[in-house]
Design a protein around this ligand. Structure first.
Ligand code: MN
Length: 721
């Protein structure tokens, strides 16, 4: 938790600012703002006995944490001069320009509050904050920093004032900080609030944390080392930090009835990596070594929170059997998690920053504007407060898919937002929507409890540009833009390259081998591509699957065994990829892939997993690769049962070469083609892994039973990779 700095100087502040602002002109404006404020506040003292200027210096210093721009920093230094020093707004404008004057003006308006804590004052408060918000989001960011410094020095006030300020902060300011995603300031505010509102609980938690700190630090250090080794072994560049949970979040959990010892997030790590792919890869690697706790996995990368937060969350049984909560995210996601809307400052995309922030602010705060109109309509202050609370702090709606899955959306969302939240392909192919059995226009505003079915058409040429004006969520907007974005091509190239190299690694095919001149030429001509880039592009856009590429490649290297097999087994190798095979949760025309790990066949109990950009992957219910990914599971069912689908079985037999021929003939007798097999010899027995093409589960079970009857065979099981 950050503390008030009694001896903060402009030199110290400027040193901090210079770590990210280098423009001399901007720096000199900040310096001028300081000198102006210093002069105007000269002789004034804070209740703490300090020179007044220490307060604006601290506010600006807090703002450097989120890399605030020079206008915001200047306004922070000047934020109290209009209110406390009889400086006029026009004077600020003359000295520092329009933008800075607007910011100072906004903060002044919000601060002209009666903080006595009566109901009327509270209402005034809320109104003025909302007014300020509507003008420029930077006003509220300065206000949050101002309040934080005031909380840091709250000890000088009476207990009554302390509690009133803390209450107001917790009721009004922290929810706004949360909505804007400015976590780094929000957490500090919450902790100070708790300290003043519930001192005994606060100090109790602090004490318990201190008592267990050495032990926790020790465990966390060991776990960090172990995880870091693991990631290094897989060449994933990363940084890992032990993470202390905020006292306030611990308090909230205790309040819900948990015991201190039960709050496993006490042991927490954060892993930062370069790319989104690295996040998922790191997760997989960690889960392969440390068993994940069921139902604790959350994918906020695929489904960001409404305040833009993205990260993977998982809880694993780590070193010494202790539970560790692990967050995995990219550096960029980490910045967004800490700074929220303010993160645009740190992206260094000069020039466009303001436009981007303004745009996003408008999106996030448009409902605040609507409230301004409400205010005019409602004379009764109590009604107004209730309406504000409802609109501002509970602006999330919950709607349902036809199968009853809950989808969370910000209020004002349309069926298009819904469609994109379900899946990009559903959004891109959407042509209409049915809500509660009625056809509605695509700009229909969804309400909580609506049941929404999206009508898709595979021949649809894609989203309409007009949708950009209709949708409410950033997610939908981005996906529509991506569709139109030509730069998408480059992304596909990169994605294709990644997908292929990952698969090569998985299949243990070396790059040198794969890309050997004659081989790659042959492969490209077989696939009818002109260049490797074309191959990448088609892989990235999903036009061709990586399995198809690898299969084509491997066919060029038929082993001796496979040659025997090809002769021994006749029958269609044509794999049915017909989508009509499986039905998904009331959605037509979605791309279906059968999972290659567990290879479901008709008759198996199955479940769908919504993948990012590749449609729905269908797994067997028993497949361990899906059990923990519950957030993205979707109900699917077999429609028909007539095609040859590949699935894998493992046969164990005593060392006897004859069994192989027997197995193949059993398959032939059942009219089941054998597509591929692998014989692992060992001293004890043979493990024969084979891919067979079956119509349904019944046929598969019959084959397995037949194979079991072979005397040398000791065991037959279905394989899940
Ligand atoms: Mn102030």
């Amino acid at each position: 938790m950050s503390k008030h700095q009694k001896d903060l100087t402009i030199e110290k502040l400027m040193d901090k600012i210079k770590t990210y602002i280098t423009d001399e002109k901007e720096l000199s404006i900040i310096d001028r703002a300081y000198k102006f404020a210093f002069e105007k506040h000269f002789g004034q003292k804070r209740l703490t006995g300090e020179e007044y200027i220490i307060h604006p210096l601290n506010v600006a210093y807090i703002l450097t944490r989120i890399s605030a721009d020079y206008e915001t920093l200047s306004a922070a230094l000047l934020h109290d001069v209009v209110e406390d020093c009889n400086v006029s707004s026009s004077e600020i404008e003359k000295e520092f320009g329009h933008n800075i004057a607007v910011l100072v003006d906004g903060v002044t308006k919000i601060n002209k509050l009666n903080l006595s804590g009566t109901t009327e004052a509270l209402i005034n408060n809320q109104r003025k904050i909302i007014v300020g918000l509507s003008e420029d989001v930077r006003v509220i960011i300065i206000k949050l920093a101002d309040r934080l410094n005031n909380m840091q020095t709250l000890f000088v006030h009476s207990e009554k004032k302390q509690k009133a300020t803390a209450r107001e902060t917790l009721d009004i300011l922290t929810p706004i900080a949360d909505r804007l995603g400015i976590n780094s300031i929000k957490q500090d505010l919450e902790e100070y609030c708790l300290r003043y509102l519930n001192p005994s609980e606060y100090y109790d938690i602090v004490e318990k944390l201190n008592a267990t700190k050495a032990e926790r630090d020790n465990s966390v250090a060991k776990m960090i080392e172990s995880v870091s080794d693991l990631l290094n072994k897989h060449d994933i560049k990363h940084e890992i930090f032990g993470r202390s949970k905020s006292i306030y979040s611990i308090y909230k959990k205790l309040e819900k009835g948990k015991r201190f010892s039960e709050i496993y997030d006490l042991l927490a790590l954060r892993i930062l990596v370069d790319t989104e792919q690295d996040c998922y890869q790191a997760l997989g690697i960690i889960h392969s070594k440390f068993r994940p706790k069921p139902k604790r996995f959350k994918d906020y990368i695929a489904m960001p929170k409404t305040n833009m937060y993205q990260s993977l969350h998982t809880t694993v049984f780590g070193i010494d059997g202790q539970l560790y909560e692990i967050q995995i995210r990219t550096y960029e996601m980490d910045r967004v998690a800490e700074y929220g809307i303010a993160s645009h400052w740190s992206y260094k995309e000069k020039g466009s920053v303001k436009a981007v922030m303004q745009n996003e602010m408008e999106q996030k705060l448009q409902f605040f504007r609507a409230i301004m109109d409400l205010k005019k309509e409602q004379d009764n202050p109590e009604d107004f407060v209730n309406t504000v609370k409802k609109e501002v702090f509970q602006n999330t709606i919950y709607v349902f898919t036809p199968l009853g899955d809950v989808i969370e959306l910000p209020s004002g969302s349309t069926p298009i937002d819904f469609a994109y939240k379900v899946h990009t392909n559903v959004g891109n192919k959407a042509t209409g929507a049915i809500v509660n059995s009625n056809m509605v226009p695509l700009d229909y505003k969804l309400k909580s409890d609506d049941i929404v079915k999206i009508i898709t058409n595979n021949n649809s040429s894609g989203p309409s540009r007009e949708w950009l004006n209709i949708v409410r969520t950033t997610q939908a907007k981005n996906k529509i833009k991506a569709f139109f974005n030509k730069a998408n091509k480059e992304e596909n190239l990169k994605k294709g390259e990644d997908v292929l190299s990952k698969e090569l690694r998985k299949q243990k095919i070396s790059n040198d081998d794969f890309f050997a001149d004659d081989k790659i030429k042959k492969l490209l001509s077989d696939l009818k591509f002109n260049s490797v880039n074309e191959l990448y592009g088609n892989l990235g856009s999903g036009k061709i699957s990586v399995n198809a590429v690898i299969d084509t490649y491997l066919k060029k290297e038929i082993s001796k065994e496979e040659k025997i097999l090809e002769k021994a087994t006749k029958g269609s190798e044509k794999q049915n990829t017909n989508n009509s095979l499986i039905g998904v949760a009331g959605i037509d025309d979605i791309k279906i892939n059968l999972a290659s790990c567990c290879n479901p066949v008709p008759g198996d109990r199955i479940v769908g997993y919504v993948t990012k950009g590749y449609g729905v992957t269908v797994h067997r219910m028993v497949c361990p690769n899906v059990s923990r990914l519950d957030e993205r599971l979707i109900e699917v069912k077999w429609n028909i049962d007539c095609s040859k689908l590949p699935t894998n079985i493992l046969v164990r037999a005593s060392n006897d070469n004859n069994s192989l021929i027997d197995i193949i003939s059993k398959a032939a007798n059942n009219d089941i083609p054998v597509r591929r097999f692998n014989n692992h010899h060992s001293k004890e027995d043979d493990a024969i892994e084979m891919t067979v093409l079956v119509n349904n589960k019944e046929q598969l079970l019959k084959l397995m039973n037949d194979i079991k009857m072979i005397p040398e065979v000791t065991d037959v099981e279905r394989l899940i990779k």
